[in-house]
Design a binder for this molecule. Structure first.
Ligand SMILES: [Zn+2]
Length: 114
């Protein structure tokens, strides 16, 4: 079993268990099936942006994270992770900074020297 991006169900279950709040802004998220703001929906973020988002066998749970719709789809979009985060960290009124990003993101940036 896998989801629409081909991510195996066991990996998806692990990242959902690990990431209880948005890995970027720290906000609590809601299921896309629930009512409420779409901005707060929980989405799966591919840390390395490589369309068309097909799962590659070498990828692990460290290559994916759960983030809110706003961070994933509105703010980041198709930007490279390190480029986007640098932009966010530089915003005067931004709510994403070194304190709000989750350990999995810091680890990813270190591992890939981003
Ligand atoms: Zn967020």
């Amino acid at each position: 079993m896998s989801n629409k991006y081909g991510i195996p169900a066991d990996i998806e279950a692990e990242i959902r268990k690990r990431d209880k709040v948005c890995v970027y802004c720290g906000k609590e998220m809601i299921s896309p099936k629930s009512v409420g703001s779409r901005m707060d929906w929980a989405t799966i973020d591919h840390l390395d942006y490589e369309p068309p988002f097909e799962y590659r066998p070498e990828q692990t749970k460290e290559d994916f994270a759960i983030s809110c719709w706003r961070c994933n789809c509105i703010l980041r979009g198709n930007k490279k992770l390190s480029v986007w985060l640098a932009e966010e960290f530089n915003k005067k009124d931004g709510d994403i900074n070194a304190k709000t990003i989750a350990p999995v993101i810091k680890k990813y940036l270190r591992k890939h020297k981003l």
